[in-house]
Design a binder for this molecule. Sequence first.
Ligand SMILES: [Mg+2]
Length: 235
Amino acid sequence: MLDFDGTLAPIVRDPARASLGRGMAASLARLAKRNDVVMAVISGRSLADLKQRVRLANIYYAGCHGFEMEGPGWSYLHPRMARVETQVKKLEDRLRTTLAGVQGTIIENKRYALTVHYRRAPRKEHPRIGRLVRQAGDPFRTWLRMEPGRMIHEFRPAVAWGKDKAVAQLMRRHRKDEPYPIFLGDDVTDEPAFEFLKGKGLTIKIDSDERAGRTAAILRLRSQRQVMAFLRSLT
Ligand SMILES: [Mg+2]
């Protein structure tokens, strides 16, 4: 089970340009072909966006942290998502107005979630952006909850959910195979999955920062190059 941004693909200034390196794509394809491997990519990106960036058939995809999932002959959508989609559209309209004059922000409608990226905004604007985004999101709080991330403010459905739930569903689907779960991720949104897999499998945090903070993951890798070497070691 693999996160996408910061795990398989390097973090880039414009999230729309994030992509797998050629070596990584080849390593994934090779690993996915093994009969004894079930592969899943679990991301905060929308399902459609994620699939188009990974482009592998016969693997699982979990978009929006697992609110929408798809795999060989199977799909899942959380029952509250139709209402959430409408609320995301309204919030998007509001934010486009609110942030119109703020340089360097990108609003991304992920269908069941919404992300404001501020990596490209001047540092001194960051506090103001946070304030404006919080105010805009306030009327939507019954449906959407604001969560922090790496240089992003993200609104996710106000439903008790996280990547741990996506992992649990995948584990359940493959219970009879008695899989040994391996999960790689780089962000705070991956921590619930690390926690969930404690004592059950292998968890790896991708972190290039020497002063990295606490994580529930067992191991640490420093770069996409190391992730690739790890994936190759499994094939
Ligand atoms: Mg990530």
